[in-house]
Design a protein around this ligand. Structure first.
Ligand code: GDP
Ligand code: IMO
Ligand code: MG
Length: 422
């Protein structure tokens, strides 16, 4: 049985939720290990569409078990809302969902601090999802965070909240915001704690029990390689390790038990929020937006769109150890007469085959493109790789060759049936 870490190889929204859902059919356990409710993973099941933020996408397959690992930052109120949504759709999570007692909690003051900080940055803002992610991870690293284990212990939580809120309110006021009330937070979080308590568990232990029992585990990455706090386009990144190492630290998985790293990528590129994006091209964005596509699953913002960037994704293959690829949204290119792939960057008279460190340098690179003929027909009903138009296969295989990993899945639509195994 193979354990697979699934990673976004671009700037997030690569279609991870869809691919996880497809692969969960044969997995036993699905584990989220970083990020928080900034993620929005869309899964289509029949006519229904679900957007999952904190709960692993595997939850939509009956009887499969799901873990929210220690590396995730959890907004308890948002998680309860997500559980309510699943309940309305009659998805039973009892005995199938487990939340790490070590996971840190996103507090209302994290969101308030983030809103003030983003506001003060003006045109230099990161364009975050305003879900409190950065300040929550900040508290974790500063060793001032509250964890799920604290939340379920009413006395401990009250004392720690009182202590932390005093400092947090000082920061909020210094940033020009309004201090928050202890009572409101305590009441809301006590209520959420009662609902979440039955799910809280030692999930590190559960991962190891599953490894010992030779169960197949899928690690569901959130965000993407270039939003990684270390490997991404800093400072226009999120605050966690979105690359494959994050799956280990965020769940207790030992690195030597990883069998595969599956990189999910779109056949083009998208990005939400500010920051450098070398292959951004408004014309492809306009075409996709006119088709009703590429609006953020969490914030509804239109995603920025551009050509496939083989320089960035080749580097993503390296830093994650990606050995398998799932290429999604091939159908998004169906209408184009010509399609471009960026194979190098020009910067200051030099040609680069890597992504520079400084965001300002990345802003300045000029992509070198290779042009491919478009297939100009509808691929969304194709269910067999060999029946995909030759030009579409050539384009997709060129991506794989340029970045150095083999394609095992090709996707031409959001539904489970629109998935081809190679
Ligand atoms: P994630 O964050 O990586 O899970 O991706 P999102 O759910 O935020 O965004 C991906 C979007 O593309 C969702 O609306 C999916 O339903 C959709 N999607 C995934 N694969 C395909 C595909 O092959 N074709 C089309 N048309 N849509 C896809
Ligand atoms: P999934 O899992 C795309 C982006 C935000 C912003 C930056 C920092 O659905 O692929 P944050 O709120 O994390 O501090 O914002 O990261 N971002 C995402 N972009 N997909 C995501 O998740 C994202 N999660 C965060 O837009 O630019
Ligand atoms: Mg998303």
């Amino acid at each position: 049985m193979a354990n697979t870490i699934l990673i976004g190889a671009q700037w997030g929204d690569e279609g991870k939720g869809k691919i996880i859902d497809v692969l969960t059919e044969r997995a036993d356990l699905v584990v989220r290990s970083q990020g928080g409710a900034n993620a929005g993973h869309t899964v289509r099941v029949g006519k229904k569409q679900y957007v999952l933020h904190l709960i692993p996408s595997g939850i939509l397959r009956p009887r499969k078990r799901c873990i929210i690992g220690n590396g995730v930052v959890i907004d308890p109120v948002s998680l309860v809302r997500e559980l309510d949504g699943l309940k309305r759709h009659k998805v039973n999570v009892k005995g199938r969902l487990f939340i790490s007692d070590k996971a840190h909690i996103v507090m209302p003051y994290h969101r308030a601090i983030e809103a003030c900080a983003e506001n003060l940055k003006g045109k230099n803002k990161i364009g975050t999802t305003l879900r409190g992610i950065g300040p929550a991870y900040g508290d974790k690293i500063a060793r001032t965070g509250l964890r799920l284990a604290d939340l379920v212990d009413a006395k401990k939580f009250e004392a720690r909240l009182r202590d932390r809120l005093r400092d947090a309110n000082r920061i909020i006021r210094a940033l020009g915001g309004k201090g928050l009330s202890f009572k409101k937070i305590n009441d809301d979080y006590r209520k959420a704690a009662r609902r979440l308590a039955p799910f809280v568990a030692n999930t590190t232990r559960m991962v190891h029990d599953a490894l010992d029992a030779k169960k197949e585990i899928l690690f569901e990455g959130a965000q993407g390689t270039y939003l990684d706090i270390d490997q991404g386009t800093y400072p226009f990144v999120t605050s966690s390790n979105t690359t494959s190492g994050g799956a280990c630290t965020g769940s207790g998985l030992p690195p030597n038990r990883v069998d595969h790293v599956l990189g999910v990528l779109k056949a083009y590129t998208t990005r939400v929020g500010s920051g450098p994006f070398p292959t951004e091209d408004d014309s492809i964005g306009e075409m996709l937006h006119n088709m009703g596509r590429e609006f953020g699953a969490t914030t509804g913002r239109p995603r920025r769109c551009g050509w496939f960037d083989a320089v960035a994704t080749r580097q993503a293959v390296q830093v994650n150890g990606i050995d398998q690829l799932a290429v999604t949204n091939i159908d998004g290119l169906d209408k184009l007469a010509e399609i471009k792939i960026c194979t190098g960057y020009k910067l200051g008279g030099k040609t680069l085959d890597y992504v520079p460190t400084d965001a300002e340098d990345i802003e300045c690179v000029k992509p070198v493109y290779q042009t491919f003929p478009g297939w100009q027909c509808d691929t969304s009903a194709v269910t067999d790789w060999k029946k995909l138009p030759l030009k579409a296969r050539r384009y997709t295989q060129a991506l794989s060759k340029l970045i150095g990993a083999k394609i095992i899945i090709a996707s031409v639509g959001p539904a489970r049936s629109q998935t081809m195994f190679l």
